[in-house]
Design a protein around this ligand. Structure first.
Ligand code: NAG
Ligand code: NAG
Ligand code: NAG
Ligand code: NAG
Ligand code: NAG
Length: 374
């Protein structure tokens, strides 16, 4: 009851006569909390979040503790979502464009629960704002849940990946037979929670940032996507003038998996130029993450991923040159050559399915174990 009262005092919109506990709403959009997973103000020792929360990056999530049987989230605008109660996935749902609607989820009993809501779709497939979060009248949000916090909060371990469609899980959640019939693929057929880096993060009990964008390259992109050097500093993925505060979240491991779309775009036309720009970008990364282990990731020379063997070979040359240039620039980096991904019946326009993603994750785990950051 004491908690409930303090919430009402803080809140602009929640009526003190209502017993339902509603998180306070504010007028600011704290974009720094929308990049990766968010720990609610209700978990001890963690940064607060305030509503509304603006979601742009794939795999970004909010997380909170609560008691009661029903939790309701209000969302404006277009995205595809994975809700979880107590870590158990609930059916995914779609929030339509230019619409504000509420979605409720029930727990099996009125005990203490967690709620996680992850935005699955890429920034290019839509952004959305969580404007409300409430629990049923008998329930409350918890200041001190009395539960063991998840290890991705307590471990302090953090992984960031810079990448493209392969690291975002493009098309990993659809059968090949109807890959192109699910439109847009990068929205509902893509599940970043099954993509390599979140799997790696789960293995190590780490938090992650998926700074990735389908069709993006380092020097050239396809389908109008921005180049990595143009979007990696953004807090709001869709706003070129927004800037992420790197000091708030320092990863120990950074995987750079960019480059395949440069090869698809046939730009730049020399491995040397690509390597110079890759090293230059890597120095920028080092300047914001000075203590991180930096891994240059090269996808497998899997011809199905690259369309034709010449393209695959060219990609391998570019990545080898890039790694050499990174080393020559004085950055302490390692090279990860991913092993082949068996393109099973479920690949989507040359992209691995969830089984292929898991295979890439295993290679990344081995590479991180070799570096021994944890
Ligand atoms: C929904 O998002 C689109 C861009 O993705 C934006 O143009 C539109 O204004 C948004 N609508 C609302 C109601 O916020
Ligand atoms: C995709 O194809 C499978 C098998 O043919 C089918 O069961 C499923 O419903 C289809 N999904 C969509 C979204 O069309
Ligand atoms: C090197 O990186 C800096 C900072 O990211 C950028 O402004 C510059 O254009 C880059 N130079 C080249 C040659 O890519
Ligand atoms: C990097 O490590 C050094 C030495 O431990 C430390 O002083 C510094 O604060 C660290 N920098 C960041 C950004 O974490
Ligand atoms: C690749 O996947 C196909 C289809 O799932 C399977 O039949 C084949 O045995 C796999 N090959 C390898 C080398 O794993």
């Amino acid at each position: 009851m004491k908690l409930l009262i303090s919430f009402c005092l803080l809140s602009i919109s929640c009526g003190c006569l209502s017993l339902a506990q509603v998180l306070p709403t504010t007028t600011t959009i704290p974009s720094i909390y929308t990049h990766g997973r968010v720990v609610s103000r209700l978990a001890p020792g963690q940064p607060a979040f305030q509503l509304p929360l603006f979601f742009t990056w794939p795999g970004s999530a909010l997380f909170t503790y609560w008691t009661g049987t029903t939790i309701t989230v209000t969302i404006s605008n277009i995205s595809f979502w994975q809700p979880e109660i107590d870590g158990i996935p609930q059916p995914k749902f779609f929030s339509p464009a230019d619409t504000t609607a509420s979605y409720s989820f029930s727990a099996a009993n009125a005990g203490t629960h967690t709620f996680t809501l992850t935005k699955l779709n890429e920034a290019r497939a839509g952004t959305a704002t969580v404007t409300g979060l409430s629990v049923d009248p008998a329930g409350s949000f918890l200041q001190n849940p009395g539960l063991q916090l998840p290890s991705w909060i307590t471990s302090g371990r953090r992984i960031e990946v810079f990448g493209d469609s392969y690291t975002v899980g493009y098309g990993n959640n659809v059968m090949q037979s109807n890959c192109t019939s699910v439109q847009p693929v990068y929205q509902q057929a893509t599940d970043p929670l099954l993509s390599p880096v979140p799997l790696v993060a789960d293995h190590f009990g780490a938090d992650y940032h998926l700074t990735a964008w389908s069709a993006s390259g380092l020097t050239a992109s396809l389908q109008g996507s921005p180049n990595l050097p143009d979007f990696w500093r953004r807090g709001d993925a869709t706003n070129p003038s927004s800037s992420w505060n790197f000091a708030t979240w320092q990863p120990q491991v950074v995987l750079n998996a960019i480059g395949s779309n440069d090869v698809f775009a046939y730009s730049p036309d020399s491995a040397d130029q690509f390597a110079r720009e890759y090293a230059n970008f890597s120095l920028s990364v080092q300047s914001v993450y000075p203590n991180a282990s930096y891994i240059v990731v090269s996808y497998a020379p899997d011809t199905q991923m690259f369309g034709d063997p010449n393209q695959a070979e060219r990609y391998q040359q570019y990545m080898a040159a890039a790694f050499n240039a990174v080393k020559a620039s004085g950055i302490k980096a390692s090279f990860l050559q991913l092993s082949g991904v068996n393109q099973s019946a479920n690949s989507c326009t040359g992209h691995p399915d969830a089984i292929g993603d898991a295979s890439m994750a295993r290679d990344m785990i081995d590479a991180i174990n070799t570096l021994q950051p944890w």
